[in-house]
Design a protein around this ligand. Structure first.
Ligand code: HEC
Length: 442
């Protein structure tokens, strides 16, 4: 509709140079006021506004315009919003998916090519009201958390390099209940400098040593909490500690005694939740083969794999890869030895160690694995100069804790089913899929 009108106008514009200036906003197909402002509101402003972690604010045309060429480049390459997940392979139904629609990316790129015009300010949308900083975002739906665990206090300097703070604190958990939801909340004062805050439980093993157990929460800026599906029970361990891994990036404000909090909501009777009927779920670290002893030669490449199987059927609820600077990609596959079928469940092939995400599958789309099936985790490393994030291609790189060492593991939430539960879930999906096929055919 609009296109026809504009095309009709173009000959006039060409013939009448004096008129061309006045008509310019009409001659441009895409404007900031009409289309681009809305896309930026939906995809960028959560981080790119004053006091948040984006390095510049993108809330008005004046703020956005100088960045327009770089914005086009970053969205076209899918570097912004920061969410690495392959769109051409694996399960595409994800919760809290930050990926932009290709149509919106194309709109931004075209807008910039056409000169990044403002357009008619009457077309501008209302500004978005963002939730107040320092409030639990799940509180509106769930009320205040049942249990809160805080990191040990730490002074965040006003300026400097990235900082990691990894304290261990008592979890103060006396009863092993089922988690309904968890959310990580940076303090109000350090909201703009808390990049990531991940937490996991430590429990004592038989030898009395504290060991990593289940992951509690994974936070990257902009993320809402994580919920456990109702038919599953992920328990909190009693007599446990919480180990934090907090990544601060100084943003100009000194914050004394900063603490990050994690809030836990539990399932209770009011939720119509029956623990006895729920399948146990856990969120654990699955290492790749050779977890500790691989070496990547200078200018070399390496691929490692890890295999895990269960003697009962399972449902995979989420997948979070973890690699460092030479890591470039990771995939999770399922292999069913009964049929020989091998299938990619998820793949991230432009890994960026600066952003960690837990990819949670939409309900009804979580991969279901029969008893005996194998999870295959594959990581690829590139220690050549062609890897833009490689700090030094002349080094031998081994596995280790430092940022310049490598890591290769994944956090995976697994619900442990029995044969009956597995068959029920399969039947539900078959019914859904045959219904949707029928409605397409109508
Ligand atoms: C989750 C928070 C977050 C979201 C959402 C986000 N950004 Fe960013 N953006 C950042 C951070 C942090 C940086 C700086 C570090 C980096 O590049 O990873 C950045 C960097 C950038 C840069 C590069 C700035 C420079 O100086 O090099 C551009 C351009 C940009 N973002 C544009 C966008 C656009 C456009 C969107 C939406 C389509 C967006 N960002 C969404 C957090 C975010």
């Amino acid at each position: 509709m609009r296109k026809t009108r504009i095309t009709g106008l173009l000959p006039f514009v060409a013939l009448l140079p004096a008129f061309a200036g006045a008509a310019e906003p009409v001659a441009h197909d895409i404007t900031y006021a009409r289309e681009v402002s809305r896309i930026i509101q939906d995809n960028c402003q959560g981080c790119h506004q004053p006091g948040q972690i984006g390095p510049m604010s993108l809330t008005t045309y004046e703020e956005v315009r100088p960045w327009a060429p770089l914005i086009a480049q970053k969205v076209a390459q899918r570097e912004m919003p920061p969410y690495q997940y392959d769109s051409h392979v694996g399960v595409q139904e994800l919760k809290d998916d930050w990926r932009m629609d290709q149509a919106d990316i194309d709109t931004i790129v075209k807008w910039v090519e056409e000169g990044a015009q403002l357009g008619n300010i009457a077309d501008l949308p209302e500004p978005v009201q963002y939730p107040e900083i320092g409030q639990w975002r799940l509180a509106e739906e769930l009320g205040e958390p049942d249990h809160i665990i805080k990191s040990a206090a730490w002074d965040v300097p006003a300026a400097g390099q990235d900082l990691w703070w990894e304290p261990e604190v008592d979890a103060n958990i006396t009863e092993s209940r089922c988690i309904k939801a968890v959310e990580t909340l940076p303090s109000r004062a350090a909201h703009g400098s808390t990049h990531h805050a991940n937490s996991h439980f430590l429990v004592k093993n038989e030898a009395g040593e504290w060991v990593d157990d289940i992951r509690l929460s994974e936070f990257a800026f902009g993320k809402l909490g994580e919920k456990v599906p109702k038919g599953a029970c992920r328990k909190v361990p009693v007599d446990s500690k919480v180990k934090w891994s907090i990544h601060y990036y100084p943003d100009g404000n000194f914050v004394e005694d900063d603490q990050v909090s994690v809030g836990i909501w539990y399932y209770d009777e009011e939720d119509d939740f029956n623990e006895a009927e729920a399948y146990p779920q856990d969120l654990r670290l699955y290492a790749l083969q050779g977890g500790g002893d691989y070496l990547i030669p200078p200018h070399g490449k390496l691929m490692t794999q890890g295999f895990h199987s269960f003697d009962h059927p399972v449902r995979i609820d989420s997948f979070q890869p973890h690699l460092h600077l030479r890591g470039v990609a990771m995939s999770i596959e399922s292999f069913d030895p009964r049929t020989g079928r091998r299938e990619i469940l998820s793949q991230i092939s432009n890994w960026n160690a600066g952003w960690n995400h837990s990819h949670t599958y939409e309900e009804g789309f979580e991969p279901l694995l029969p008893a005996g099936a194998t999870i295959i985790l594959t990581s690829w490393f590139d220690n050549s100069a062609a890897n833009p994030r490689n700090p030094d291609p002349d080094q031998w790189v081994g596995a280790g804790q430092r940022t310049t060492d490598e890591m290769s593991h994944a956090w995976i939430a697994v619900t442990h089913l029995d044969e009956e539960g597995y068959q029920e879930l399969l039947a539900e999906r078959q019914a859904r899929d045959s219904n949707s096929v029928a409605s397409i055919g109508e």
